[in-house]
Design a protein around this ligand. Structure first.
Ligand code: URA
Length: 264
């Protein structure tokens, strides 16, 4: 196999082969199928013997009990143990239970000003974010910067930004529920440590994660609460790049954010 193949491409090739019915690897030596069948029968017979009640397993080392790991519990323990943002970033970097990490180039943790009153929670890194290691640096991120600038906010001065997921899903697919569930304790801790006055929840995945609701076109623009903080769901800038006419609604939402900040 081409050694330059990345992990996700190799997995996709393997899955494709399984789908078209490939069920064996052709080796360069002949295979004695009769001996193979015989060996399988022997192995099955031995297994059946071993499973009979009271059967001893001669010479076998006692098997260690299999420990099932709960990734959500592991994440929660690691997140809780982090007492500042640097420790949280390190804890996320050390978390080995999310498959997305294996295909990602960088952990995308945050950008902007820790301690800012506004914390933006996006969905997941795309290709540019994965390459650079910072959230919202691609086309959608550039639009987000313009949206913020229109109400006198910026990541350089007044906004802190993160995502629900710190690793890019392959081909930008939607994150899976189990991926979100295992990374959510880190997000919750991230918000607690950054301690913003309010949250801006960007897009459907973020709304689903923090509000437990889907349907961002319905939810957008209505202030609510997430993790005990005021929260404003808004349309994702990637959506606005495709749906120009939705920018009008977002402009109203930005004005609502600006007005709310004046009351804090
Ligand atoms: N979309 C997001 O939700 N987050 C990013 O960081 C980039 C694109």
């Amino acid at each position: 196999m081409d050694s330059a193949l990345d992990w996700h491409s190799a997995k996709a090739m393997l899955e494709w082969q399984i789908e078209i019915g490939v069920d064996e690897a052709i080796s360069d030596r002949p295979v004695d199928r009769f001996a193979h069948e015989q060996a399988l029968r022997e192995a099955a017979r031995e297994r059946a013997e071993r499973q009979k009640p009271g059967a001893a397993s001669p010479g076998a080392a006692p098997r260690a009990p299999r420990v099932e790991v709960d990734p959500v519990a592991v994440a929660r323990a690691a997140a809780t143990a982090a007492t500042d943002l640097d420790a949280l970033r390190a804890a996320m970097g050390a978390f080995e239970h999310c498959e997305l990490k294996r295909g990602a180039r960088n952990l995308v943790f945050c950008d902007g000003q820790p301690g800012a009153r506004v914390m933006i929670v996006g969905e997941a890194p795309g290709r540019d974010e994965d390459r650079i290691g910072r959230p919202f640096v691609g086309k959608a991120g550039q639009l987000l910067d313009k949206m913020l600038a229109a109400i006198d906010l910026s990541r350089e001065e007044s906004v802190y930004i993160t995502n629900v997921l710190p690793w890019r899903p392959p081909q930008n697919r939607d994150p899976r529920p189990e991926e979100i569930a295992m990374m959510k304790p880190f997000l919750e801790r991230h918000i607690a440590l950054a301690d913003p006055a309010l949250l801006v929840i960007v897009g459907n995945i973020s709304a689903q994660t923090l509000l437990g609701k889907r349907g961002i076109t319905r939810l957008r623009g209505t202030w609510t609460e997430a993790l005990g903080r005021p929260a404003l769901p808004i349309l994702h800038p990637a959506y606005l790049l495709r749906q120009n006419e939705a920018k009008r609604d977002t402009w109203a939402d930005l004005l609502s954010l600006k007005a709310r900040l004046k009351t804090l």
